[in-house]
Design a protein around this ligand. Structure first.
Ligand code: C2E
Ligand code: SIN
Ligand code: SIN
Ligand code: SIN
Ligand code: FE
Ligand code: FE
Length: 364
């Protein structure tokens, strides 16, 4: 490939690359482009896994995922030293790890490998090009590969940052939802489970992943309105009298008021969930006596998730029920209290429901 051809190829790819939103696809594009412009047989992008002290192939041409100890081979050397390396005769270089070739049946001749750093200079991984078809690697190759590696580093760093923000956001919602019920002996895991049960129903109904993630975060907020209920009522050991019950029922409207004016779609979903989660399919629920599909689907899902988990759990006013009793009771209330289609979906997937309960068990 002539210099001009290289530049043409880079320019024509630049637009496609800059428009790609998905990090995984972007990394594949960069590896494909590197393979073409460097005229090598394969490229691999190794990510550093600090927990396992390993490097693993996020993208690899022609092979399954490879994992190597972070201090082994050419890629290990590059990660450790933080320096680029050109090896034009792999088998005569003592740093080369022949084990990988032995396992994959591939014959490595020459290698160009560069370290990938985040903006703080921490190592993210190693970008490697293997087997240049003509001659060996030269300075121009290193320069180009470093340019493409820079794109890969930024993309990786952005996606990791986004993931961190999302996790922090998720955790903040969960912790605040739990704080609203802190006086209740309801556990942190109760609200996590309610979210996961609701997501399970949404998944089985075929909603998009983003919507399923939203209901997982909105459902746990259903009882935030309990923050306005006096302790004497909320924590009462026995049954509530009529006036106490009238106050208790207001937790639905309180929650709605707290959440409803947000411009966030997620919090709007949560507001509807707070409002509708005690409505019943036959119209006998509260606060509005909505019936059937007048009740939002998110409220109907959360009702099933919440009651299922409440019945299996201990409350100041009740002991936990055995599973069979909960299932029978809730199936009896199909079409009375609960959306019949959702009840079928929920109990058709009882094994997955139980797995969630076991995974997020209450600590003693
Ligand atoms: P929660 O404890 O989170 O219960 C949520 C829902 O699960 C209840 O909504 C109800 O549909 C179901 N559930 C929970 N425990 C039982 C039970 O022992 N038997 C039956 N049949 N269903 C049960 P509900 O009834 O609208 O209650 C809303 C909230 O009001 C409850 O939330 C709880 O905080 C409070 N609450 C309800 N009943 C009593 C009570 O007798 N004493 C006290 N102290 N609080 C109560
Ligand atoms: C090495 O870096 O020594 C082995 C990794 C590979 O060949 O892909
Ligand atoms: C959570 O732990 O915050 C939710 C559970 C999960 O997404 O696995
Ligand atoms: C209560 O009265 O204690 C709540 C149970 C109900 O009326 O549904
Ligand atoms: Fe409630
Ligand atoms: Fe609850």
């Amino acid at each position: 490939m002539t210099e001009l051809e290289r530049i043409r190829l880079l320019l024509s790819s630049a637009e496609k690359i800059s428009r790609e939103q998905d990090t995984d696809r972007l990394l594949v594009m960069l590896s494909d482009l590197a393979r073409e412009v460097l005229e090598v047989d394969r490229c691999s992008l190794f990510l550093y896994d600090p927990d396992k002290e390993e490097l693993w192939t996020k993208v690899a041409h022609g092979v399954e995922e490879i994992r190597v100890p972070a201090d082994s081979g050419i890629v290990g050397w590059v990660a450790k030293k933080g320096e680029s390396l050109v090896v034009n005769d792999a088998y005569s270089d003592p740093r080369f790890n022949k084990e990988v070739d032995r396992e994959t049946g591939y014959k490595t001749r020459n290698i160009l490998a560069i370290p990938l750093f985040d903006k703080k200079g921490n190592i993210l991984g190693v970008f490697q090009a293997v087997n240049k078809l003509k001659n060996g690697f030269n300075e121009k190759d290193l320069e180009l590969f470093t340019l493409l590696g820079g794109y890969a580093s930024s993309a990786l760093e952005n996606s990791m940052l986004q993931k961190k923000i999302k996790e922090a956001y998720k955790e903040a919602i969960m912790r605040l939802s739990h704080a609203a019920e802190y006086k209740d002996p309801e556990t942190y895991n109760h609200i996590v489970r309610v979210g996961l049960f609701a997501r399970l129903m949404a998944e089985k109904l075929g909603y998009e992943k983003e919507t399923c993630d939203s209901i997982m975060l909105a459902a746990p907020m259903h009882d935030v309105g309990k923050i306005g209920i006096p302790d004497a009522i909320l924590l009462k050991k026995g049954r509530l009298n009529d006036w106490e019950w009238e106050i208790m029922k207001k937790h639905t409207l309180n929650g709605y008021e707290i959440l409803k004016d947000s411009s966030s779609e997620l919090l709007q979903m949560a507001a509807i969930v707070a409002l509708d989660h005690h409505e019943k399919w036959d119209g006998t629920g509260y606060p509005n006596g909505k019936r059937g599909e007048e009740i939002s689907i998110w409220g109907r899902m959360t009702a099933i998730a919440d009651v299922f988990d409440a019945l299996l759990s201990k409350r100041p006013y009740k002991d936990p029920w055995p599973l069979e009793k909960v299932v029978d009771h809730m199936k009896d209330l199909k079409e009375k209290q609960f959306d019949p289609q959702l009840i079928d979906i929920f109990f058709d997937n009882l094994d997955e429901v139980i797995k969630i309960r076991e995974r997020y068990r209450d600590e003693e």
